[in-house]
Design a protein around this ligand. Structure first.
Ligand code: CP
Ligand code: NVA
Length: 307
């Protein structure tokens, strides 16, 4: 079993992992020998704070170890990706990869002999979405009758959040005037539309009126944010998405808590004031990445893993 998109995970897989994440958080001592002697290989083509640290510390807390690989200092860059992945899987029990392109992640997974976890690519961020369900569960005490409104650009985070919510019974409304080109997944949207839990609108005020959570992410993915060649597109997006910023005046129209996967780009998709405010739970989300990733590792390579 891999965790590449979340689309192949059943509702039971998702709900059981989220429940286990909560158990990991409250009873870490029960899991301290869960992955004794096991090794997680972590391969990064892009930067990371949360994903790397949450996996590295998480597997150590389970009794295992992590090996960090920066793509640029490996031979992945010049060799056949499947050959290199197969070799890596002879050293490690599980691989987590943050790749620029989803098709390269798929290729890596085809070469690997061990489970592969998507640590965020251009299309999906499943670990984030599972962690976010954990954060919602912990705040609401249930995932029933929960409503999350995702505001801004339809991107990798939005894709995975839509899959996670609709499979977990959480109502999700998206207020997304545009999608990030590489993230487009028409089949995912069609599937969401059949769930009865998914809505699309540009009427922001109506959407947030009964929201439990409002969620946003960067309008420009990390690999482009500081890229001078992306400047014109960045400026265009700022123009398009500025009306969808989460700011204090928007929060006056709802009691919702504010979610953000981080890193936040203050002054763009969200203001500093909102990020520093009592209703922002982004730091809890970041902490929960570690608990959920421990649960994910247990599910994929733990002693009671599904065959
Ligand atoms: N949210 C998230 O994945 O953060 P990093 O990019 O820091 O890993
Ligand atoms: N959409 C963001 C998510 C970061 C965790 C990006 O890809 O940069």
């Amino acid at each position: 079993m891999d965790l590449l998109t979340l689309k192949t995970w059943s509702s039971d897989d998702i709900l059981a992992t989220v429940e286990e994440g909560l158990s990991v958080k409250h009873h870490p001592e029960r899991y301290k020998d869960g992955l004794t002697g096991q090794t997680l290989a972590m391969l990064f083509q892009k930067a990371s704070t949360r994903t790397r640290c949450a996996f590295e510390v998480g597997i150590a807390q389970l009794g295992g170890q992590a090996v960090f690989l920066d793509w640029r200092t490996t031979n992945f860059a010049l060799a056949d990706i499947q050959d290199e992945a197969q070799v890596l899987s002879r050293y490690a029990n599980v691989i987590m990869a943050r790749m620029l392109k989803h098709k390269d992640l798929q290729s890596l997974a085809e070469g690997s002999e061990v489970p592969v976890i998507n640590g965020c690519c251009d299309r999906y961020h499943p670990c984030q979405a599972l962690g976010d369900l954990l954060t919602m569960l912990e705040r609401q005490g249930t995932l029933e009758d929960v409503h999350v409104v995702y505001i801004g650009i339809w991107n990798n985070v939005c894709n995975s959040l839509v899959v996670a919510c609709t499979k977990a019974g959480v109502r999700i409304t998206v207020v997304t005037p545009e999608a990030n080109g590489p993230s487009k997944d028409d089949a995912l949207i069609q599937e969401a539309r059949t769930s009865g839990l998914f809505a699309e609108t540009l009427d922001l005020d109506t959407a947030i009126a009964d929201a439990d959570f409002v969620y946003t992410d960067t309008w420009i993915d990390m690999e482009f944010f500081m890229d001078p060649a992306y400047e014109a597109e960045k400026n265009r997006r700022v123009e398009v998405f500025s009306p969808y910023q989460i700011n204090q005046s928007l929060l006056e129209k709802t009691d919702a808590l504010v979610m953000h996967c981080l890193p936040a780009h203050k002054g763009y998709e969200v203001t500093s004031e909102v990020m520093a405010g009592e209703r922002c739970i982004a730091i809890d989300q970041a902490e929960n990445r570690m608990h959920i990733q421990k649960a994910i590792l247990m599910r994929l390579v733990g002693p009671e893993r599904a065959s």
